[in-house]
Design a protein around this ligand. Sequence first.
Ligand code: GRF
Length: 199
Amino acid sequence: MRVAVLLSGRGSNFQAIHEAIARGELPAQIVCVISNRPDAAGLQRARDYGYAAHAIDHKLFASRAAHETEVLRVLDEARPDFIALAGYMRLLGAEFIARWRNRIVNIHPSLLPAFPGVDAQAQAVAYGVKVSGCTVHLVDEQLDAGPILVQRAVPVHEDDDASTLAARILSQEHAAYVEALRSLATRAWRVEGRRVVFS
Ligand code: GRF
């Protein structure tokens, strides 16, 4: 399975995917890494690992559509089976999503549909939930809303703040992302309404 990774920052989920492949636990290959931020630590990490690493700085494009056109061009050349969003902090346009329907995977640091959007861990602490976690899902036109592939739960402790909860969730994110990609790579699956059905 050919995977393109899109990221904007630290890239720890990308690293987890890379390490799972290197350990032989995920039958996949990363065919390119794209960042909209040239200074993303994850992009440097991708270069260090020897991947085709592309900085496509959204600030250098006149419009969102023009930036996406360039991202799509690079993806067309790389020919991934799946696009893994790993901390990619740009909303994808409808055309992008339609072009890669059910082939874009995202990870979100809450148990969706709770706490979509930014600062999900802070939202969870502020709400006072006792359990949170992460969700790996297919991307559709709605924000953080597509069919769910994998969820993992963690407890929220009394003395948690957003950053302690984020750290606890992050360690589960890495395993969840690898598990979701492994399922997509190794099992037959289909989307029925909101549900991803593996057979
Ligand atoms: C993760 O918390 C992920 O759930 C969210 O962005 C963060 C990315 O972290 N979408 P990293 O860049 O993979 O370390």
